[in-house]
Design a protein around this ligand. Structure first.
Ligand code: ACO
Length: 402
């Protein structure tokens, strides 16, 4: 998909690179990804080590500030985030206006965008203090915004944050507690969700991150840039794939649970059907995150005593696909989304919330990439060129003569 275009400009030839498969838009020191060998590192630390030993807030700090925090730095970071978890009471009215069946990703991006109306004191991306406070506000408030979106969808009153709890605990409690019953925090669920958020925290110049950078390159404020990233993530070829995987597994179950029949449809490209949760633009071998998540799916389901027929279907699909020439010849392997939905479902989340969980995880990466771009000396507005294929020139004809 790479060709030299016909457009010659003062600075040289314009290249046409469909989907930017071979075009680097930035230099970055945040995430290293080797798609051939299935390697993913944040700031040099292997994803496997961070998932095994780290925490999500520690990882967020690492991505944004470049180093793992000391005990004091982590405690100060956590303390600051904790102070900002509440939403302004007027923000709640936005939820009153949304239809009850609105997709929570639409609510998430709208409310994040609306934060820029409440925090006009932090719109200047070149002021370090303003960058800092908007970063803290976003990290602190996104779980609250997400939990409120869920409450809206089920018609329940919101649950306010409780600041003696950790980041993930607080989010789970705001999501699942009801006035009559406090949600019981299970360390297995808390640990698994924390790990999933780490695994989603950054992935170099993917679609949503590039969107955040492109919007941010116009010097739009952080809330506006992140809101755009949330919308990019929503699509089924990106973060929306975790919802699409579950829907696909349910359809296969309803049709009798036959993995082979479904794979035949995919291979024949019937109605454009794809094996959701498979394939990746950059990974041409195993996605290292998928390996960790597959193991976590087993652990969480057995710890919660849940036997999910959909997990069996997923395992069958994976096994068949990995020995099928269609998938092998195209280097299609399970990606991060193939097993996540099964874990989220076991935790009690409805499918529409899956992509919201991805957004919670990806937020530190978006923020880190935005900071890096803003601080880069000589950073320019993002502005791709095109190869024009329309009519060269013609004369205007008055409407009555057309
Ligand atoms: N199922 C069946 N066939 C596939 C799949 C799939 N999941 N993915 C790619 N292919 C096929 C394509 O049909 C194409 O075949 P062809 O050569 O016969 O035309 C070939 O593999 C190359 O596919 P492209 O679409 O060119 O690959 P691209 O790099 O543009 O797309 C993407 C990557 C979007 C992830 C794709 O693999 C896909 O649609 N996967 C399913 C959706 C998904 O799981 N998305 C999540 C990605 S990870 C993330 O965002 C977190």
């Amino acid at each position: 998909g790479f060709e030299i275009g016909k457009l010659r400009t003062q600075t040289g030839l314009v290249t046409l690179d469909s989907g930017y498969g071979n075009t680097a838009a930035y230099k970055s020191a945040i995430t290293y990804l080797d798609g051939e060998q299935g390697i993913l590192r944040y700031r040099g630390y292997p994803i496997e080590q961070l998932a095994e030993h780290g925490t999500f807030l520690e990882t967020a700090y690492l991505l944004i500030y470049g180093e793992l925090p000391t005990v004091d730095q982590l405690s100060a970071f956590r303390g600051e985030i904790t102070q900002h978890t509440l939403l302004h009471e007027d923000v709640k009215r936005f939820y009153d206006g949304f239809p009850r069946d609105a997709h929570p990703m639409a609510m998430l991006s709208s409310v994040v965008s609306a934060l820029s109306t409440f925090y006009q004191d932090s719109h200047n991306p070149f002021d370090e203090d303003q960058r800092h406070i908007s970063t803290i506000r976003l990290l602190a408030k996104l779980p609250t915004i997400a939990a409120y979106a869920y409450k809206k969808s089920i018609g329940h009153p919101v649950v306010y944050p409780r600041n003696d709890l950790g980041y993930v605990e607080n989010f789970l409690r705001m999501t699942f507690s009801v006035p009559a019953e406090e949600y019981e925090l299970d360390p297995v669920v808390v640990g698994a969700l924390d790990k999933l958020l780490i695994l989603h925290a950054d992935h170099e110049q993917n679609c949503s991150t590039s969107t955040v950078r492109l919007v941010g390159s116009s010097q739009a404020n952080l809330f506006a840039s992140i809101s755009a990233g949330i919308n990019a993530l929503w699509g089924p070829l990106h973060g929306g794939a975790n919802q699409a995987v579950l829907e696909m597994l349910e359809q296969i179950r309803e049709a009798g649970g036959n993995a082979d029949t479904f794979l035949e449809k995919v291979k024949n490209k019937e109605d454009g059907v794809r094996l959701m949760g498979f394939g990746h633009r950059v990974y041409k071998s195993f996605d290292p995150r998928a390996k960790i998540i597959k193991a976590a799916a087993h652990d969480v389901l057995s710890a919660l005593g849940k036997n999910d027929e959909l997990l069996d279907i997923a395992l069958r699909l994976e096994e068949r696909a990995l020995s099928d020439d269609y998938f092998v010849s195209r280097n299609l392997y399970p990606n991060v989304d193939f097993y996540t939905g099964l874990i989220y479902r076991a935790m009690g989340f409805p499918t529409t919330m899956f992509t919201v969980l991805f957004a919670l995880g990806r937020l530190p990466g978006w923020v880190a990439q935005w900071h890096e771009m803003i601080k880069e000396p000589g950073s320019r507005i993002g502005r791709p060129r095109q190869i024009y294929t329309g009519v060269v020139e013609r004369d205007y004809i008055p409407v009555e003569q057309r």
